[in-house]
Ligand binder design. Structure first.
Ligand code: ADP
Ligand code: TZD
Length: 558
């Protein structure tokens, strides 16, 4: 048994049956042999998108997604995805071939020479190198455990070219493989931490629950819902936790988000960090007043990272929520009626405002009129996965399009990274076998657009909608120097992104009205053929940086 087969058998033994990658020296044969061994190999046009697919597959399945690349440049292309996965707490393993250790370490100039292990280390949870065939089983096992246990994240596995032709007696080889037992063991919270949290929650006058993508990842959907419902506490979902409970749930306070963040006195975070997306738990967003926080998280060091956490509950979300539920029981007091009434009033007012905005039908379309179509499609097909990136396209989609099922929304996540769209869409289609709708800003799409060929090659049921407003944020900026070049944020006007999909045999549609957009999306979903819809959006619509204009240094502003 040679190194190639040992790697593949180690993956298979652990139920890892799909490789997202891009072939070349020294892993070309690994991709071929993988297909022969019955693994699914999804080959991309650029490693970053293969890596993004692996990361999304990890989030969706709770098994590490596998990305396979060649050495140095391919490895570096995959590294952005590995770092992004780690930042988002998605489990993935980047496996890269590497060149001769002896030559790399003496810097003698090998083909694609690079000390990949050293470079990967600070950007992921763990990094391993296997030098001997008999260690492949252990290497893969360690990578799986590192990716899945505790806070999930990215792992790098370095496989030098010399490893693959090494052979072991087949029997010895098979015995060297490790089937990982319980890679993400349940971590029960300490009873006193549960007691402390319940005491604080009970004392609240204006309690709030925030669900994060950690809660979505944990796949403890029924328990999370039961806890929310048993306490009667209003909740808001972070972006990728949308649909964990249906966005139309009576207790959702998403439409009154600013109000509840400002007014709440006790906030229970379930799998959400107090990072920039929650204004670090302080300041104006939080009403300027100190809140008392309960935080449920598997990472003990997450506590107090921004503000004091009054009641940390450390453990996996399934176990923590189950323990809290037990303490809540059937006679838990409803939150004060005054609080629930105030939240409800704000919510109704904002929903009415939104309905009025969505009812306007301007020409050209704006974000709202186009997204009203998407909103209705997802309402009718709640099982589709919605992938979303851009600035305005992201922010408006998040607030306008309701989600109804867990883990059906994938987006730019913790970094706000552009270019995840096509990789995430491929992973969603491959892992769910259901249609995918990717709502993409025209700039965002440009980071990964070549992967439409991948969609066509594997005939994946992905409908990409490019919100084309002729530029980054919008298409109306002027060159401040007055020269002939367009402004840095402006693209070719009136571009036809739909033609890109047609070039590879998929369907391309240009949609200028909500009616055309609705028809095109529904047809794409019904027939399951890769489709790209160029949605023509008013180039004056949108604001700079979408909702995070405040993070944009003012110096460059006109
Ligand atoms: P969001 O962006 O939705 O606010 P974050 O990515 O900031 O969410 O936070 C996710 C949190 O969930 C991380 O702190 C991570 O440690 C935690 N987490 C991930 N998986 C689990 C799990 N199974 N159990 C408990 N906590 C988890
Ligand atoms: N590069 C990377 C990898 N990630 C980024 N987030 C950016 C650059 C900066 N950036 C944003 O934060 S949003 C965005 C960029 C380039 C694109 C916004 O334009 P869009 O969306 O066309 O995708 P809207 O809807 O027109 O705003």
């Amino acid at each position: 048994m040679d190194g190639f087969h040992l790697v593949l058998e180690a993956l298979k033994l652990n139920g890892l049956d799909t490789i997202y990658g891009l072939p070349g020296i020294p892993i070309t044969d690994l991709t071929r042999l993988a297909q022969r061994a019955g693994l699914r190999v999804i080959s991309f046009r650029h490693e970053q998108h293969a890596g993004n697919a692996a990361a999304a597959a990890g989030f969706l399945t709770k098994k590490p997604g596998i990305c396979l690349t060649v050495s140095a440049p391919g490895f570096l292309n995959g590294l952005t995805a590995l770092a992004n996965a780690t930042t988002n707490c998605f489990p993935m393993i980047l496996i890269s071939g590497s060149s001769e250790r002896e030559i790399v370490d003496l810097q003698q100039g090998d083909y694609e020479e690079m000390d990949q292990l050293a470079i990967a280390k600070p950007l992921c949870k763990a990094a391993f190198r296997v030098l001997h065939a008999q260690d492949i089983g252990v290497g893969v096992a360690r990578a799986i455990r590192a990716a899945l246990s505790g806070r999930p994240g990215g792992v790098y596995l370095d496989l030098p070219a010399k490893l693959f032709p090494q052979t072991l007696d087949a029997h010895v080889g098979r015995q060297s493989l490790v089937q990982v037992v319980d890679p993400a063991p349940a971590q029960w919270p300490a009873p006193e931490s549960v007691h402390r949290a319940l005491g604080l929650l009970r004392s609240a006058r204006r309690p709030l629950i925030i669900l994060g993508k950690g809660a979505a990842y944990a796949q403890a959907d029924d328990a999370v819902r039961a806890l929310v419902e048993a306490t009667g506490i209003p909740y808001i979902p972070m972006s990728m936790a949308k649909g964990l409970l249906p966005d139309t749930h009576a207790q959702s306070a998403a439409a009154a988000r600013s109000y509840v963040l400002q007014e709440a006195d006790v906030v229970m975070l379930i799998g959400a960090r107090l990072n920039w997306l929650l204004s670090h738990g302080k300041g104006k967003t939080w009403g300027g007043a100190a809140k008392r926080f309960i935080q449920i998280d598997i990472a003990p060091t997450e506590m107090d990272s921004n503000v004091a956490i009054a009641a940390p509950v450390v453990g996996d979300i399934g176990s923590c929520v189950a323990a809290l539920l037990e303490g809540v029981g059937a006679d838990w007091p409803r939150p004060p009626a005054e609080w629930l009434g105030a939240v409800q009033e704000r919510k109704e007012r904002n929903l009415a405002k939104m309905a009025a905005t969505l009812a306007v039908n301007p020409f050209p379309m704006n974000f709202h009129s186009a997204l009203n179509v998407v909103r209705n499609v997802v309402r009718d097909r709640p099982d589709i996965t919605l992938v979303n990136e851009g600035a305005n396209t992201l922010d408006f989609t998040r607030s306008i399009v309701d989600m109804y099922q867990p883990r059906k929304r994938l987006d730019v996540g913790t970094w706000g990274i552009m270019g995840i769209g096509m990789g995430f869409a491929v992973a969603a289609a491959v892992t769910t076998g259901k249609p995918v709708l990717a709502i993409e800003g025209d700039s965002a799409f440009g980071f990964c657009g070549m992967e439409v060929e991948t969609l066509c090659r594997y005939n994946l049921p992905v409908c990409v909608v490019v919100f084309n407003n002729n530029g980054v944020y919008k298409g109306t900026d002027k060159n401040l120097g007055g020269g002939a070049d367009v402004a840095p944020t402006v693209f070719v006007k009136g571009a036809r992104y739909d033609k890109m999909m047609e070039a590879f045999g998929g369907a391309g549609v240009n949609a200028a009205t909500p009616g055309e957009l609705d028809k095109a999306i529904r047809e794409a979903i019904a027939c399951g053929r890769p489709t790209l819809i160029n949605a023509v959006i008013d180039e004056t619509a949108g604001t700079e940086s979408g909702r995070i204009t405040n993070l944009n240094p003012a110096a460059a502003k006109k």
